[in-house]
Design a protein around this ligand. Structure first.
Ligand SMILES: *Cc1c(COP(=O)(O)O)cnc(C)c1O
Length: 482
């Protein structure tokens, strides 16, 4: 690389890297259906990566690609596989890898707008569009984050600053009444984690019981708030979930918003899984009340099929975000601009990558309709899977399917049986499913978050499950409760 600066690539090497990258993309795309869902991990190779320090003389472009192809790729899970249905983890959309490469090339620092004028507007465009999906108006704002958990942490931080005028200076050290956060028994653990990190303490998070469809019970929420007030504590925030991570159930947002209004509580929505189903015409109504929330966390790296990481926090009144996060510093001389925003004022990070480019690029390249279609496709498949399960004598749904999470059981099977079946399906390459636990009942869960999955894939999985259910002994073992 004689003509290049010391850490640069000359023309020939750029061409070689381009060719190698293109064939990597190509080979990978074509190999997806045949790749193992989870790799047979070569521990010696991985231990070698850890044990061998980096060479003094570099491997060069081709050597690097060889290392990646021989050591990294074979020991990686195939998230894009059409039957990779565990967790809420989708395959990246097709254009995003290119957008990522461009973001890395221009390396905009998305902290204040002079360092990244176009990036500032691109992020704002993404945030404004996302906010618009929920009926947020021009007072709203937000920021792209590393994920939904961080977005919820940032939301609770914002809520604290909005609640306690002296919070920036005193933190929680002025020993006022204990602040209490309410969420449901089905909430994601990021709510507990945020409370722990912020010094609220998990003892001050109430996990409100759910109804028979795993939605937060508003009457129980009201009782808990009343009990805390009577005990001298200070209720301050409710985190409701439009789309719980296990079963996809949607908390009654409208009724919870009424209660929050009466009780003067911040309403945050953990929409990391569910909120983007607002893109589907069929589900829009279910998300209509989201506009009433003070803040919404969502995850472009789930239903917008953005590669990790891309989460997002939306706040109905963006001045409250700035109140929590804007600190002026003499060495960052920032001029206010009506068009461009300084994202360092909307979150805890100073240096920030240009995450918005991959979100924006996919929406530009494919158009919004393609995303609506992809989301509808996953909804259709989940319904199809639910129908097949209901029709099978050996299988049963654990709860109705409201989004794309399908929780089901093999009739009469114990928790250990289900664990064994999940392992068997992985082993034989049929599917990667996850465990499900609802109300103490154990089963399995398929979450269809993959635009590549087809009806054939679903049939293949349910047929196999049906076979497994039939081979069970005729005498039903009693269901195991754990
Ligand atoms: C995925 C998920 C989260 C966590 O989001 P990350 O992006 O993984 O941090 C939180 N809540 C719900 C409901 C989720 O589905």
């Amino acid at each position: 690389m004689a003509d290049a600066p010391i850490l640069g690539l000359d023309k020939d090497h750029r061409e070689a890297a381009g060719r190698l990258l293109t064939s990597f993309f190509d080979d990978y795309e074509r190999s997806i259906p045949d790749r193992p869902l989870v790799p047979v991990v070569d521990r010696d190779v991985l231990a070698g990566l850890l044990a061998n320090p980096f060479p003094d003389k570099g491997l060069g472009v081709e050597g690097l690609f060889r290392e990646i192809n021989e050591k990294i790729l074979p020991n990686s899970t195939t998230v894009a596989h059409p039957r990779f249905l565990a967790y809420v983890l989708g395959p990246p959309n097709g254009i995003a890898p290119y957008a990522e490469a461009i973001a890395a090339t221009i390396n905009q620092n998305c902290n204040f707008w002079q360092l990244s004028p176009a990036a500032s507007v691109v992020e704002r465009a993404v945030i404004t569009w996302l906010g618009g999906l929920f009926g947020y108006d021009e007072r709203s704002g937000g920021i792209l984050t590393g994920g939904g958990s961080i977005a919820t942490l940032n939301a609770l931080t914002t809520a604290l600053h909005a609640r306690l005028p002296g919070f920036r200076e005193q933190g929680l050290q002025n020993s006022g009444p204990q602040l209490v956060v309410y969420t449901s028994a089905e909430a994601h653990r990021c709510v507990d984690k945020a409370a722990a990190l912020l010094g609220l303490g998990t003892d001050n998070v109430r996990h409100i019981p759910t109804d028979d469809h795993f939605r937060m019970r508003v009457d129980a929420l009201e009782d808990a708030i009343r009990a805390d007030r009577a005990a001298g504590r200070e209720p301050f925030c409710v985190v409701a979930t439009p789309g719980t991570v296990t079963s996809g159930s949607i908390d009654p947002i409208d009724a919870i918003a009424d209660l929050c209004e009466r009780e003067e509580l911040w309403l945050h929505l953990d929409g990391a899984y569910g909120a983007l189903f607002v893109l589907s015409e069929r589900k829009r109504e279910a998300f209509a009340a989201c506009a009433r929330a003070d803040s919404i966390a969502l995850d472009p790296h789930k239903l917008l099929f953005t590669p990790l990481e891309a989460g997002c926090l939306l706040v109905r009144d963006r001045s409250l975000l700035a109140k929590a996060y804007a600190f002026s510093s003499s060495y960052l001389t920032v001029e206010e601009d009506p068009l461009m925003l300084d994202y360092m004022d909307y979150g805890p990070q100073l240096s920030r990558s240009f995450k918005a480019l991959k979100v924006w690029s996919a929406l530009q390249a494919f158009g919004v309709d393609a995303f609506r279609e992809a989301v509808d496709h996953t909804l259709d498949l989940a319904q199809y899977m639910a129908d097949l399960i209901k029709a099978d004598p050996g299988l049963e749904l654990m709860t109705p399917v409201s989004l794309t999470a399908v929780c089901f059981r093999i009739k009469g099977a114990s928790a250990a049986d289900h664990t064994a079946v999940v392992a068997e399906l992985i082993e034989e390459g049929t599917a990667l499913l996850g465990p499900a636990c609802l109300d103490g009942r154990r089963g399995m869960r398929a979450c269809i978050t993959n635009y590549r999955t087809t009806r054939d894939d679903i049939e293949l999985i349910v047929d196999r499950l049906s076979e497994i259910a039939r081979r069970r002994p005729a005498t039903d073992t009693p269901e195991t409760f754990l």
